[in-house]
Design a protein around this ligand. Structure first.
Ligand SMILES: [Zn+2]
Length: 43
């Protein structure tokens, strides 16, 4: 499980989430990578 930094787009491991910040750029906006659960309605 990991999150993605909104600023630099790098993957952030769970262990860093406790600090609520990106270890690479210091960004505080992180979101879950939900690509695996996203469903696109194709018609
Ligand atoms: Zn970052």
């Amino acid at each position: 499980m990991y999150y993605v930094c909104f600023d630099c787009g790098k993957k952030v491991e769970d262990e860093y989430i406790a600090k609520i910040r990106c270890p690479y750029c210091g960004g505080k906006i992180l979101y879950k990578d939900r690509r695996t659960v996203v469903k696109i309605k194709a018609k």
